[in-house]
Structures are given as C-alpha cells and as structure tokens.
Design a protein around this ligand. Structure first.
Ligand code: E4P
Length: 217
C-alpha cells in the first residue's frame, strides 16, 4: 500500500520523506488554509520535494472554471494530480483532464456508486472519506471494501486512495482490505510505529544490558 501524507506542511512532509515513507501528498482547501501558504507556491515546493503524485484541489463549482483551474494547477509540475469534487461538474472535469494525460483525484466520495462513476470518468484516484463516515456512525471501512470488490469485478484501473484516515486502526484495516493508497496526517503515520510491548521490551533489555557492564562502541 502506498502512503500519501495528508498535509500542506512542508516540514512534516520533509521529515517523513527522509524516512522513505512518502509516496505522495494530498492537500485540500482546508489544509492550504491551515498552512497559511499560497496554494501555487506551496504546491510547487511540495511537488519538487516528493517524487510521487501531489494532489491540488480546484475550488470552482462549474465545469468551465474547474477546467481552467485544473489546467493551471497541472502546469505546476509533472507530478500534480488535480483534485476535483464528486459532482457532475467534477466528473466532467475528470474526464477532460484525464484524456489530456493529467492525473485526477476525485475527492469527497461517500458511496460505492460515486466511486463507480469516478472510475468510468477515468479517475486516477478515488478518495473515499473513511473518518467522516465514521463520524456519522457509519462504517467507513465497509465503503473501502465495497469499492475494492467493484473495481476488481470490472478491472478498473482507478486506484483506491483511502482518505480521512483518523487512526492507526484505519491504516492497517485499509491495508488488509487492499486499498491501493492511504492518505493520512503525519501524526497518524508516526503513531504506526508505536507499541506498548515494544517500549516495555526495550526498557527490560536496557536494564539487563546495564547490568552486564559491557559496551558495543
Ligand atoms: C483527502 O484527500 C482529504 O484531504 C482528507 O483525507 C480529509 O480528511 P478529514 O476528513 O480528516 O478532513
């Protein structure tokens, strides 16, 4: 499973990138707002830092404007994936940009039917939002499973990009289901290394090692 980092904070991306944990980056208007940066500048900086796809989202609601914004964002770098919302205007934009050879990430997906439409529109990525479904007391992970089944049934190339990941449990469950990619905040990716038994075991080893009086270096 590929790891995308869900942030527009360049320092956090750089830190994980140095560890080889970054296969791509996703941003959205809220994350750009949070970063306090200019969208064009920060997207260019991120795209130069990471090798994989960097998603930058359009903000227009109508096709004509969406296409203009998408083409402008796509020009920032070769590894830009234009993010469009799952609306008919977004799907039409997806179809056009995909046929021009631009990667497209269709976002704000909350149902299997929406994912089916995105695949038919030629999306490179579909972003089902797990956490926001869980917030409504629905099973976000069930949606990932349903989309996996549908895409496998018909051999769609669209990659399932599990989004709105809120916990380490979401990450491991997505990997078990077979999501192609997950995009998670840096904090969640970092927490994946934690285990209480690792800490306990290390503590015991260090105490015993001190008793030997030995040194390796
Ligand atoms: C995905 O591309 C979105 O940027 C993101 O995963 C949304 O997550 P949230 O629901 O935690 O805001």
């Amino acid at each position: 499973m590929k790891f995308f980092v869900d942030t527009a904070e360049v320092d956090a991306i750089a830190e994980l990138n140095d560890l080889g944990m970054v296969d791509g980056v996703t941003t959205n208007p809220s994350l750009i707002m949070k970063s306090g940066r200019d969208i064009l500048e920060v997207t260019k900086e991120i795209a130069a830092m990471v090798e994989g796809p960097v998603s930058a989202e359009v903000v227009a609601m109508e096709y004509d404007e969406m296409i203009k914004e998408g083409r402008k964002l796509a020009k920032i770098a070769d590894n830009i994936a234009v993010k469009v919302p799952l609306t008919w205007a977004g799907l039409k934009t997806c179809k056009t940009l995909s046929s021009e050879g631009t990667m497209v990430n269709v976002t704000l997906c909350f149902s299997a039917n929406q994912a089916l439409l995105a695949a038919k529109a030629g999306a490179t990525f579909i972003s089902p939002f797990i956490g926001r479904l869980d917030d409504l007391n629905l099973e976000g992970l069930d949606l990932i499973e349903d989309i996996r089944t549908i895409y496998d049934n018909y051999m769609f190339d669209t990659q399932i990009l599990a989004a709105s990941i809120r916990s380490v449990n979401h990450a491991s469950e997505c990997a078990k289901i077979g999501a192609d990619v997950m995009t998670a905040p840096p904090e969640v990716i970092k927490k994946m290394a934690n285990h209480v038994l690792t800490d306990k075991g290390l503590d015991a080893f260090m105490k015993d090692w001190a008793k030997t009086g030995q040194q390796i270096l």
